[in-house]
Design a binder for this molecule. Structure first.
Ligand SMILES: [Zn+2]
Length: 111
């Protein structure tokens, strides 16, 4: 990826409002950059706006965000556009159960 494309991608992430980035007391906290849970596609392999390539899926259930939480929500996981549908179909599930089921569906083994 050319430097200009990377720079555009970074700006796109910083301008994306999904809770990945927060500035608290002048500090940048808790950053999880886009990387598909299934295939590992990451920000550096693509160019253009993040939303064109990735979806941040917020799973329900077992990990409520504590009051005053800043940064990446514990139940939010990145997926590329190709794998987003398998995740969105399970968005109402607790995230650990959803990820286990997604792994089984796509044949991804986790050790
Ligand atoms: Zn993917």
């Amino acid at each position: 990826m050319k430097l200009a494309a990377r720079s555009r991608a970074r700006r796109s992430v910083l301008g994306h409002d999904c809770g990945k980035f927060a500035i608290t007391g002048g500090r940048l906290v808790a950053v999880i950059p886009p990387m598909c849970h299934v295939c590992g596609l990451d920000l550096w392999a693509v160019s253009g706006p993040v939303d064109e390539h990735f979806v941040l899926v917020h799973f329900g259930g077992d990990a409520p965000v504590p009051e005053g939480w800043v940064g990446h929500p514990p139940n939010a996981v990145w997926f590329c556009r190709e794998h987003a549908s398998v995740a969105l179909e399970r968005a109402a599930m607790p995230y650990q159960a959803a990820l286990a089921e997604i792994d089984a569906v796509v044949g991804r083994s986790v050790s």
